[in-house]
Design a protein around this ligand. Structure first.
Ligand SMILES: Nc1ncnc2c1ncn2[C@@H]1O[C@H](COP(=O)(O)OP(=O)(O)O)[C@@H](O)[C@H]1O
Ligand SMILES: [Mg+2]
Length: 361
């Protein structure tokens, strides 16, 4: 392993975390976190509040020291390097602009700290402000700007010294939903333009799925799954991930001779199973669960009746109750106004075998 980087070396922005561990007193905040992030990748750390996302990010930034484990930047061990010598761009949860400084002064601050020549400061400042569409607002103060504009100032300030990696901790947390959606597209566009590695902390599943090349789902200080967004949603490897990302029906099942059956003994559609017999949970997304009227002739699926119907605008949500008391949800896009089922109708809940995931933990 090479020694810590010198600041003149060109960095490509690859990050490797190896067995990171952090406790506060007796409480474990981060446990055995290992993760390899490619130069230029957009990766999200996604998890509920308290799952260790910020602590992990702060150990990458150098504001927290791990109890054990390593942080590598482009193969160099930076675990014990102080934050200001890592030269990583950081955007904190509450973006902490200096209220008494203009936009230009806020953004130029990291360059002044580095004692950059005035003419260089000017040219860099102009370039980055144009990039985030703030050129016209350079002399405003933070309180004269909208939340979205302030957030862009924070991004510009983090990018102005050209760091190889940008660390973002819930940067859209304080904004309303419409603005969040708009700004996440802007951040994504900026990511394509600047090509920096971005590590993005969020508790918002939609945000993580929409923005990321890969998503690392965290729970109780550990990474439970790291995959592309489609695989996190379609192929969860873990019950926590299945339940945390999107809506899911969890159906208790028994496996015997490779066949999955409900606890009431019904045959359940499932992908081919080559593992051992035993207990399992079948995960089926509401949009994959279909309700068929009547119970005659159904060879696979769960029998029950329609318990509730809720119109939610773009879709209708059907609540199904099985004869054994299992509650399942089916979601159907309202492409037409037709509704085929009425409350109390007997029906069979079924799905395509490959739309189900079998988990046996
Ligand atoms: N400075 C601290 N002192 C004590 N406990 C902390 C500190 N920072 C974080 N924790 C605890 O560590 C756990 C992980 O926190 P954090 O990384 O902030 O989670 P997240 O960002 O996912 O919400 C939580 O249980 C939190 O209470
Ligand atoms: Mg946090």
């Amino acid at each position: 392993m090479r020694a810590a980087t010198s600041s003149s070396e060109v960095k490509s922005g690859g990050i490797a975390l190896s067995n990171l561990q952090k406790r506060y007193g007796s409480a474990v905040a981060v446990s055995d976190v290992s993760l390899s992030i490619s130069p230029g990748e957009f990766i999200s750390l996604l998890g509920p509040s308290g799952s260790g996302k910020t602590t992990t990010l702060m150990m990458i930034a150098g504001f927290e020291m791990p109890d054990s484990g390593q942080v590598l930047l482009d193969g160099n061990d930076i675990t014990r390097l102080p934050a200001h010598r890592r030269e990583l761009g950081v955007i904190f949860q509450n973006y902490a602009l200096f209220p008494h400084m203009t936009v230009a002064e806020n953004v130029a601050y990291p360059l002044r700290m580095r004692r950059m020549a005035k003419s260089d400061v000017e040219s860099r400042l102009r370039r980055i402000l144009d990039q985030v569409h703030l050129g016209a607002l350079a002399s405003r103060y933070p309180h004269q700007m909208s939340g979205g504009q302030q957030q862009r100032v924070a991004i510009a300030r983090a990018l102005v010294f050209d760091p190889p990696v940008l660390l973002l901790d819930e940067p859209l947390g304080a904004l309303d939903k419409k603005l969040r959606q708009h700004l996440r597209n802007e951040i994504k566009t900026l990511h394509k333009e600047v090509g920096k590695t971005m590590i993005y902390v969020t508790h918002d599943q939609d945000e993580a799925l929409a923005m990321s090349d890969r998503v690392a789902v965290m729970h109780e200080g550990r990474i439970r799954q790291v995959s592309a967004p489609q695989d996190i949603y379609r192929k969860p490897t873990d019950l926590f991930v299945a339940g945390f990302v999107g809506e899911v029906n969890l159906i208790p099942a028994k496996i015997a001779s490779g066949k999955l059956r409900s606890l009431a003994g019904e045959t359940l559609p499932a992908p081919q199973w080559r593992g051992a017999d035993g207990s399992a949970t079948l995960c089926v997304r509401p949009e994959h669960l279909h309700l068929f009227k009547g119970v005659a002739g159904a060879s696979e699926g769960i029998q029950g009746c329609l318990a509730a119907v809720t119109f939610v605008g773009d879709a209708t949500v059907y609540e199904f109750r099985s004869q054994s008391g299992l509650q399942l949800t089916s979601k159907v896009l309202n492409v037409s106004a037709e509704q085929k089922l009425d409350l109390g109708d007997l029906c069979v809940a079924s799905w395509a075998p490959n739309d189900a995931t079998v988990l046996t933990e």
